[in-house]
Design a protein around this ligand. Sequence first.
Ligand code: CDP
Length: 206
Amino acid sequence: MSDVIAIDGPAGSGKSTVARALAAALDWSFLDTGAMYRAVTAEVLRRHIDPADESAVARVAQDAHITTEPRVTIDGVDVEDVIRNEPVNVAVSTVAANPVVRRAMVTRQRRWAADQPRGTVVEGRDIATVVFPDATLKVFLTASLDERARRRGDEGVDSVARRDDADTGRIVSPLRRAEDAIAIDTTHRSVQQVVEEIVTCLKTPN
Ligand code: CDP
């Protein structure tokens, strides 16, 4: 298995931006696992399935073919432009709490990483704790709720706080910092500063 940098953290903590910039700096591959849960949610909503209908949602996730780069697609349909809209924000934490959905996504995430010819930067909620417990480096990003809501713009502080609670409080793979993850508070730091800090950690033998 090639090197994996696992980046976890709550909404708006900077995961996607930092992970993407880090992957570019290292010339590694990048995977946004949140986009996968969002794509399943978009498809569930398109089919008018109740996000709480566990078995119907599970079937969507198990059968779906999902890509995240260069565009997010599910079963060949480009959902990039809808996956960060309000209806998906509202439903995604319910879909992501479904154990069958999680199993299906984790299998795909591991297979994707194994297929990469180089190192990977993978970001989400359970990457260091569940998906890649043996990752080369584990990073947990945080930021104040106000700052995270500001970064999220239209989503608003209430929706961000509600997703935080749902993701942290769920039974399967809750959002939490792995014991061996380095924690970085990004509230007053630029993307470049955070990327440099992670690269320094990567180069420092422990
Ligand atoms: O960009 P933001 O951090 O707001 O969210 P995201 O990374 O796109 O993830 C959207 C939602 O997917 C989260 O609120 C989680 O409910 C779920 N998720 C998850 O459960 N596990 C992951 N590895 C990634 C996302």
